[in-house]
Design a protein around this ligand. Structure first.
Ligand SMILES: *[C@@H]1O[C@H](CO)[C@@H](O)[C@H](O)[C@H]1NC(C)=O
Ligand SMILES: *[C@@H]1O[C@H](CO)[C@@H](O)[C@H](O)[C@H]1NC(C)=O
Ligand SMILES: *[C@@H]1O[C@H](CO)[C@@H](O)[C@H](O)[C@H]1NC(C)=O
Ligand SMILES: *[C@@H]1O[C@H](CO)[C@@H](O)[C@H](O)[C@H]1NC(C)=O
Ligand SMILES: *[C@@H]1O[C@H](CO)[C@@H](O)[C@H](O)[C@H]1NC(C)=O
Ligand SMILES: *[C@@H]1O[C@H](CO)[C@@H](O)[C@H](O)[C@H]1NC(C)=O
Ligand SMILES: *[C@@H]1O[C@H](CO)[C@@H](O)[C@H](O)[C@H]1NC(C)=O
Ligand SMILES: *[C@@H]1O[C@H](CO)[C@@H](O)[C@H](O)[C@H]1NC(C)=O
Ligand SMILES: *[C@@H]1O[C@H](CO)[C@@H](O)[C@H](O)[C@H]1NC(C)=O
Ligand SMILES: *[C@@H]1O[C@H](CO)[C@@H](O)[C@H](O)[C@H]1NC(C)=O
Ligand SMILES: *[C@@H]1O[C@H](CO)[C@@H](O)[C@H](O)[C@H]1NC(C)=O
Ligand SMILES: *[C@@H]1O[C@H](CO)[C@@H](O)[C@H](O)[C@H]1NC(C)=O
Length: 602
């Protein structure tokens, strides 16, 4: 993910390093001492241009890289380092703590280890303290209570532990952003944090916190609690009146019982994720009120049952709806037709029983559409419907249902997003995609692989594979396995140069296997159980080891695909949690914050 961050940090650099020429010698000496504390600096594998070569006495210290001074007094008031390889701990007597006028201190992703020294309390003018993405350990020193001017405290992505210690920060605290995600903090959320009257954004994701979620949090804008062990909510959550809460992330905790009805009252809520908990019962009708503002609604992997209520009449801002891995039944609610902004709809692994909701084809932005593993039935089209839509589709997974009939050839020529070969990966969606993929999987490859996927396996489709599939020029994954398809594999598929994974197994296909690099490089098992197919010898010989393909091979493909889908869902659904933890910390100082937040998160 360095590409992204470095880009941002470079941008910041250019803003930060303006050049007054007023360096005070005591400040300069403190900075030089600080530099000397990091003898490994010059071996930096990362720092291309941030190697502190500009930190030398022949230059005014106020123009050193990362340093900003007060224009009048010449005191250093800001130090900004992102992604520079310091590889050492901060000492109690570090030169840093002589810079008593520091307002903003950022040392992020700098390979700092050890504890946060208690002399941090010397920097009593700090407004921003950002030490995220290092290897800091231990407890926060009580002297941090001295930092009464703090508005932004960002310590995400370290290995800090102990309780969350804010006993010493007074109720007049100015703290607005508190980001402690991805550490080892334990215990409950202390009541003392409730004294932080100005706190708006709290991110405690991925720690070892537990117990009840305190009711005073209902008055915050952003409450990110994912990946902890919280199990219940204080009673007072049920009685709040006014709230401006915009984001609530409860993912992957130990919540159980019915859907928390007070969520319906959050009229400004834009992001809600309750996935990976043990909620039961039905999804309440009252959620209708909250859908007016929601952009992300993620109910994935609980035990919700009953129907998915028809509550989406005003959900015009909804971008992502994920109800997968529950026990929902009945039909696809017709009000979804109003979700004109929808990009992802995932209903995987429920008990939905309906005809193919071809009417969703009119959603102009639907990119990822997953009905996998339900009880959908019937043909994919009805004769009276000519205009099919699904103009923006990139991924469609209809596998493991009871769909039947033929695969209608005109469908495939309509899916423009799959057929228009532009090679242009810089639309906003891709940025978003690439970014999350990078964060989660540290791999650009994944992005390019899973994107264009058509999976109809495990149904009872009959008749031929339509020739028009060859028009899906961007197709990368095609799974037609476990159907009753007959006829030949269209030779035109050999021309799909991006098609890297395909599966035709367990059908009644016959005739020759088309010849192309793509086809020849498939696993033998992708064609198994089609008794009249020929031309297999070469493919099965080339992959040498598997002349008699095993069910294992199919499992592998299945799993790989599952991963892709999960990843896509995760990327979209869970993005914001990570977003808050990692990114807001870096960019709240810049204009980009607003831009990114509006564009991608809320
Ligand atoms: C280093 O920064 C200077 C100016 O600040 C720039 O001209 C140069 O291209 C940069 N070098 C690298 C390797 O980024
Ligand atoms: C000090 O830094 C400046 C800017 O990087 C550089 O041009 C100059 O050569 C350096 N001087 C010494 C003595 O290293
Ligand atoms: C420190 O950060 C605050 C908040 O972003 C900003 O208003 C202030 O100008 C910054 N001060 C310096 C010296 O960079
Ligand atoms: C980082 O510091 C450790 C000692 O703390 C040292 O063993 C290691 O070699 C250093 N790494 C580099 C790349 O300098
Ligand atoms: C704390 O600040 C004071 C005054 O600025 C300074 O004398 C003292 O050395 C600092 N303490 C540390 C540990 O740097
Ligand atoms: C707290 O800050 C004051 C200056 O405002 C300083 O004199 C004192 O030493 C600091 N205390 C700690 C524990 O750092
Ligand atoms: C974090 O600290 C725990 C002990 O508190 C240790 O077991 C673990 O390996 C550490 N993790 C990292 C990434 O340093
Ligand atoms: C505040 O910190 C001091 C040590 O710095 C400690 O003795 C005291 O108990 C703390 N107060 C609270 C309310 O936690
Ligand atoms: C939903 O909104 C309607 C009017 O907009 C209001 O009358 C009703 O009380 C609200 N329901 C809940 C549960 O907030
Ligand atoms: C569902 O959540 C549980 C934890 O609550 C997790 O172990 C499991 O892997 C999740 N399943 C899916 C399909 O995401
Ligand atoms: C939905 O929108 C319509 C018209 O904009 C409005 O009259 C109605 O009250 C809204 N419903 C809810 C539940 O907000
Ligand atoms: C496939 O594309 C070709 C042009 O590339 C077009 O002539 C043909 O009609 C398309 N097939 C279908 C079924 O739309």
């Amino acid at each position: 993910y360095c590409y992204f961050f470095c880009f941002i940090s470079l941008q910041l650099y250019s803003v930060v390093s303006s050049t007054p020429h007023l360096c005070r010698h005591d400040q300069r000496d403190a900075l030089l001492k600080f530099k000397d504390e990091f003898p490994n600096l010059q071996y930096s594998p990362r720092a291309s241009n941030t190697s502190l070569s500009s930190w030398n006495k022949s230059m005014d210290c106020c123009s050193w890289e990362g340093v900003t001074c007060d224009g009048k007094s010449g005191e250093v008031n800001s130090l900004y380092f992102y992604s520079i390889f310091l590889n050492n701990s901060l000492k109690e007597d570090s030169g840093l703590f002589r810079l008593a006028h520091l307002q903003n201190l950022t040392l992020s992703n700098c390979y700092l280890h050890g504890n946060i020294p208690s002399s941090i309390g010397n920097l009593s003018q700090l407004i921003t303290l950002e030490l995220s993405s290092n290897k800091l350990v231990g407890q926060l020193p009580p002297s941090m209570g001295n930092l009464t001017q703090l508005r932004f405290l960002v310590l995400s992505q370290n290995n800090l532990s102990g309780n969350i210690p804010f006993g010493n920060i007074s109720s007049s605290s100015r703290l607005e952003y508190l980001f402690l995600a991805n550490n080892q903090f334990k215990g409950t959320i202390p009541t003392s944090i409730s004294n932080l009257g100005n706190l708006l954004h709290l991110d405690l994701s991925n720690n070892n916190l537990e117990g009840q979620v305190p009711g005073w949090l209902s008055q915050r804008q952003q409450v990110m609690l994912s990946q902890n062990s919280f199990n219940s909510f204080e009673k007072s959550w049920e009685v709040f009146e006014e709230t401006n809460m915009e984001a609530l992330d409860l993912r992957s905790n130990s919540f159980q019982g019915t859907f928390p009805y007070w969520i319906c009252k959050l009229r400004s809520l834009r992001f809600l994720d309750v996935s990976d908990n043990r909620f039961t019962g039905s999804i309440p009708q009252c959620l209708k009120n909250a859908t007016v503002s929601l952009t992300y609604l993620v109910l994935r992997n609980n035990s919700f049952s009953g129907i998915l209520p028809n509550i989406f009449f005003n959900a015009t801002q909804l971008i992502s709806l994920d109800v997968s891995h529950n026990q929902l039944e009945g039909k696809v609610p017709k009000s979804l037709i109003n979700c004109k902004a929808m990009q992802l709809l995932n209903m995987e692994s429920n008990r939905f029983e309906d005809e193919f909701p071809s009417w969703l084809g009119s959603l102009p932005s639907l990119k990822i559409f997953i009905l996998r593993s339900n009880q959908f039935y019937g043909p994919l089209y009805h004769n009276n419907r000519l205009s099919i839509g699904f103009q923006a589709l990139k991924v469609i997974d209809l596998s493991n249902n009871h769909f039947s009939g033929s695969l209608p050839s005109f469908y495939f020529s309509n899916w423009h997003e799959m057929t228009t070969l532009t090679g242009n990966y810089d639309d906003s969606y891709m940025e978003y995609y690439v970014y999350y993929a990078a964060v989660y999987y540290n791999s650009m490859e994944m992005v390019n692989r899973g994107l264009h996927l058509l999976n109809v396996s495990g149904n009872t489709f009959t008749s031929n594979i339509p020739q028009s599939l060859k028009n899906l020029t961007k197709l990368e994954t095609l799974d037609l396995s476990w159907n009753q398809l007959s006829g030949q594999i269209p030779g035109g598929l050999a021309s799909l140069s991006f098609l890297s994974t395909m599966d035709f197994s367990h059908n009644n296909l016959q005739g020759p296997i088309p010849r192309s690099t793509q086809f020849q490089s498939q696993n033998c098992s992708s064609f198994m159980d089609n008794h009249k197919l020929y031309g297999l010898e070469e493919i099965c010989r080339e992959t040498d080891h598997a002349p008699n393909p095993t069910p294992q091979a199919y499992e592998d493909l299945f799993e790989r695909e599952e991963r892709v889908i999960n990843w896509i869902a995760a990327a979209i659904a869970y993005g914001p949690g990570v977003f808050c933890g990692l990114v807001i910390g870096h960019i709240f100082l810049s204009e980009k914050h607003k831009w990114l937040t509006e564009r991608h998160l809320l």
